[in-house]
Structures are given as C-alpha cells and as structure tokens.
Write a protein that binds this ligand. Structure first.
Ligand code: CP
Length: 361
C-alpha cells in the first residue's frame, strides 16, 4: 500500500507517469469516467480549504467514485478528543482512500502509520502540501512542456508556506533548476529545506526585492503571508504587505514567464494582473483536479506500476526516543499518546512527524 505524505514518496518516473496520465485525462476524459466505480474517497479536513478538498471530491466524482468526509474538526469526533490514528482506522473501514488536511505538522504521517487504506497529505500545518506540488508541476509541464531547466522565483512567506517546501523538494530533483528565494529575512525557507538545497548543490539566491529579479525568472510562484501560522499578530501586521505583484512589475518579466500561486490570495497579486496571459493561477486550479484524478488512480493501484522507489534523502534508520519535539506546530504537542521518535538525518536528529531538528538530550 502506498501513501503520499511527502513529494519524495513518489519516484521521478512516477511523477512523470502522473503528468502523462493527466494529459491523457484531459484528452480522453471518457476513458476514465468509470474507473473508480464502487470506490470511495474520504476527505478529512481539520482545517479550512476550498481548492484542495473540492478538487479531490470533484476528481473522485469524475472517476465514477463517491465521496464521504468532513470539512472541519468541529464537525467530527476530533472535537470530543478522538486521535488522528483512531480516526484514520475508523474511516479506513468506510473508504478506499483518504485525503487528510490538518493544522498540526505530521498528522497525515501519523495516520499513514496505522491506516488500512492509502493516506494522502492534503496539507499539514506549515510543513508540506505534496498534492499542491503535483498541481504546480502539472501546470508548469502543460504551459512550458518541461519541468527542468527553469529559474523559479518563490516570493512571500517561504517560512510557513507548505506549498513552497513541497515544491522546492520536488523541483530540486530535476536538472537545471535554479531558485530565487524572495522574502523578508524573517520569512525565509526553514533550515531543513535550505539543508536539502545545500546537500544537493542546487543553485539558489536569497533576495528581498522582487523587481530586480523579475527579468531572470521563468516561473514566479507568489504566496500569501500565512496569518494563521504567526505566533505574534504584530509581526504579521509588519510583514503582511511585503510584496504586491502589479502590472508595473509584470512589465519587467519575460514574455514567457508564468505566474503561479497556490491560492487563496489576499492582496499579494493585484487583480489587474489576472488579465495578463502569463497569469496562470486559475488554470492551475483546473490542473489540480486533473492530477489528483491521476493520483487517486495511482494509489488505488489502477495505473501500471512504474519504478516505485523514491529517492529519499540519505538517512540512517537510527531512531532516538529520548528527545521531545520542540516544534509548537508538531502533532505530538496535541496528541500526547504518540511516541516521540527522532530519525538521524545527516548528523541531525529530526522528528519523524514534522521533521523539526532537535539537539540531543
Ligand atoms: N492551495 C490550497 O491548498 O488551497 P485551499 O486551502 O483552498 O485548499
């Protein structure tokens, strides 16, 4: 049984297969219309969503399957204190596949540890959002015909933006990709993402200004400043208007530079930019449904098997249980029954749920 918790859970060949299947679904939707007949998808959303939940549900319906689920923790027995692990085991009795979003980092990994059916991480706190990344890759592949040899600018909240973490992780596996990380110092990428870039010798630069780098970009990935993840409202208010992409800045970019955004947007892209043919964020939503259809087929074993081994980063399976995760957003902070466990990755102990580093006790 396969789960998708992190982009590295899929090999490059498998990601290629999902993109090709996406192309085929667009060209021949009728071939796929009954492929999930009799199958059920459960969407367990403990945190708000418009695109991800509805695109998963639309994807399953367009494959001929059906959907069950909840759209907030308050309407589920989580409100009575039920754990993620118990919920996954219960829902696994009703559904063939589960998409889970949770505000705590590592919650879908906990579910995958005990679920009888495949678990898809539909976003866990500020950690990862691998199906948004499949959406982004499908969009880039469809617009440019390639996902390699790109200069990709990521702008905004690179610290809390889970879509950014998953996209960098995935794109760092393609050749010729260079990143321009555009953010205030306080909102730059977390240490574990920077470490990944350094280890793989992926070229990147960190800058604070957007205008100066516009002419060099093939893709500009705008992100919202994530109000809900800030510990201090004052800090949020200070940083919230750091970047606003407008038509003047778009005039500095290449003719074939596409603007992506995982959405929702607040004010970081002016609505005037929507009319620019390079604004691709609403097309991106369409591709999200398509690639989620391909993913559901893949995890239900309905696509041909291709080389499944993912290239996980070099790590020794030396688990340490004597540490306590210090990340206030980790699932272990609300589920005290979970065993604390740390994996040794390149000389550093990292929580197996949220990947936060810890110094040895
Ligand atoms: N991109 C994304 O995750 O959107 P939602 O929060 O609306 O699902």
């Amino acid at each position: 049984m396969r789960h998708l918790i992190d982009p590295m859970d899929l090999s490059l060949k498998e990601i290629g297969q999902l993109l090709q299947t996406g192309d085929d679904i667009i060209a021949h939707p009728e071939k796929y219309a009954q492929m999930c007949r009799g199958k059920k998808l459960a969407t367990l959303f403990y945190e708000p969503s418009t695109r991800t939940r509805l695109s998963f549900e639309a994807a399953m319906l367009e494959l001929g399957g059906s959907v069950v689920g909840f759209s907030s923790a308050n309407s589920s027995s989580a409100a009575k204190g039920e754990s993620v692990a118990d919920t996954a085991q219960v829902v696994g009795c009703f559904a063939d596949i589960i998409a889970m979003r949770h505000p705590k980092e590592g919650a879908p990994a906990v579910a995958a540890g005990c679920s009888p059916v495949p678990i898809i991480n539909a976003g866990d706190g500020g950690h990862q959002h691998p199906t948004q990344t499949l959406t982004d890759l499908m969009t880039i592949h469809s617009l440019l015909g390639r996902v390699d040899n790109l200069t990709v600018g990521l702008c905004g909240d690179l610290k809390f933006g889970r879509t950014v973490h998953s996209l960098i992780t995935a794109l760092s596996r393609y050749s010729g990709v260079r990143f321009v990380l555009i953010a205030p110092q306080e909102l730059q990428i977390p240490a574990y993402i920077q470490q990944l870039l350094d280890e793989k010798k992926i070229p990147y630069s960190k800058v604070q200004g957007l205008e100066a780098v516009m002419p060099e970009l093939d893709i500009l990935y705008m992100t919202r400043i994530q109000k809900e993840r800030f510990a201090s409202e004052e800090e949020y208010l200070r940083l919230k208007d750091s970047y606003i992409l407008d038509t003047e800045k778009m005039a500095l970019a290449k003719k074939e530079m596409y603007v992506l955004h995982p959405l929702p947007r607040v004010n970081e892209i002016s609505v005037q930019v929507d009319k620019d043919p390079r604004a691709a964020y609403f097309k991106q939503v369409f591709y999200g449904k398509i690639v989620r259809m391909a993913l559901i087929l893949k995890l239900l074993g309905l696509l041909e098997e291709v080389e499944p081994t993912a290239e996980k980063p070099a790590q020794r399976e030396e688990l340490c249980h004597s540490l306590t995760c210090q990340n206030p957003a980790c699932i272990t902070t609300i589920e005290q029954e979970l065993e604390q466990s740390f994996r040794l990755v390149n000389g550093e102990y990292r929580c197996i749920y949220c990947e936060a580093a810890s110094s040895k006790a």
